[in-house]
Design a protein around this ligand. Structure first.
Ligand SMILES: [Zn+2]
Length: 118
């Protein structure tokens, strides 16, 4: 199912149970970022069930569990910059930078205006 111009629900499904419970507000904001970046966003991880989150070593209170987070593949410095820049333009204030992906979430229950490394 097409959720926005560039995203389908399948991209955000948990690979073990095939369910997708993403926040639609989060997806709309991610679409804004996608258009600002003007490059494809490959979603490594969207919604996760408890089992999946444990399996991949996610935090116990991971924002993936509530559908407020996504990991976007970013394997070079130009993509990393373009994605982080676009996420900021779209108003995201929680960004995690890993070697091969960018984590973004809009979890209102967590500290805002933070950027961390893995
Ligand atoms: Zn699952």
């Amino acid at each position: 199912m097409q959720l926005t111009r560039n995203f389908t629900d399948g991209e955000f499904k948990c690979p073990c149970c095939d369910k997708e419970k993403m926040s639609r507000d989060f997806i709309a904001k991610l679409q804004t970022a996608r258009q600002a970046a003007d490059i494809p966003f490959h979603i490594n991880s969207g919604w996760r069930c408890q089992n999946r989150n444990k399996k991949v070593g996610g935090a116990e209170n991971s924002s993936h569990l509530t559908g407020h987070a996504a990991d976007i593949r970013a394997t070079d410095s130009q993509k990393r910059f373009a994605i982080v820049n676009a996420l900021r333009k779209a108003g995201f204030e929680r960004i995690g930078v890993a070697k091969t992906f960018i984590h973004v979430d809009d979890d209102a229950g967590k500290t805002q205006r933070v950027m961390w490394l893995y």
